[in-house]
Design a protein around this ligand. Structure first.
Ligand code: E4P
Length: 218
């Protein structure tokens, strides 16, 4: 499973990218506003930094405007993937952008039927929102599992991009459910890497080394 980071904060992206684990970045209008940066400038900077797949979301509600915005976003950098919402207008925009050779991430997916429609419209990625389903007492990981199963059954190439993951257990479960990609906030990357036994073990190794290192130098 590939990892994307879900943020528009360049410092966070730079740090996780330095670990050698990032295949892309997802953003949405809320994340771009929270970053305080100009939309196109920050997308370009992120794309130059990471490459891979950088999702940038349209903010129009009608197909024609979505397609126009999508073309502008795609022209910023070859790594840009245009993100459109799972609405009738979004599906139309997905098909039109795909016809122009532009990759599309269809977002705000909450059902298998929506995911099948997005695949038909030519989506490169489908983004089921796991945490937001859990928020209303549903089972977000089960949705990821069902989409992955249906896509596999019908040889659909659209990649399942598990989104709205809120904690490390979500990441493990998304991988077990068959997601090809998970997008995580910076905080979840930090939680994933940390383990008290790693810290304790390293501390012990360093202490022992300090005690005996004078002998090693001779
Ligand atoms: C994904 O592309 C979305 O930007 C994101 O994962 C939404 O997460 P949230 O439900 O925690 O806002």
């Amino acid at each position: 499973m590939k990892f994307f980071i879900d943020t528009a904060v360049v410092e966070e992206i730079r740090e996780v990218h330095s670990w050698g684990v990032l295949s892309g970045v997802t953003t949405n209008p809320s994340l771009v506003v929270a970053s305080g940066r100009n939309f196109h400038e920050v997308i370009k900077e992120i794309a130059q930094l990471v490459g891979g797949s950088i999702s940038a979301e349209v903010t129009a509600l009608e197909t024609k405007e979505m397609v126009a915005q999508g073309k502008v976003l795609a022209a910023l950098h070859p790594a840009v993937v245009v993100k459109v919402p799972l609405t009738p207008a979004g599906l139309g925009a997905c098909a039109a952008l795909r016809a122009e050779g532009i990759r599309v991430n269809v977002t705000l997916c909450f059902s298998v039927n929506q995911a099948m429609l997005a695949a038909r419209a030519g989506a490169s990625y489908i983004s089921p929102f796991v945490g937001r389903i859990d928020d209303i007492n549903g089972n977000g990981i089960e949705l990821v599992r069902e989409i992955a199963e249906v896509y596999a059954l019908h040889d659909i190439e659209t990649e399942v991009l598990a989104a709205s993951l809120r904690h490390p257990r979500h990441v493990t479960e998304a991988a077990l459910a068959g997601a090809q990609v998970s997008t995580l906030p910076y905080k979840v990357f930090k939680q994933m890497i940390s383990h008290p036994l790693t810290d304790k073990g390293l501390d012990q190794f360093m202490q022992d080394w300090a005690k005996g290192s004078s002998k090693q130098a001779k």
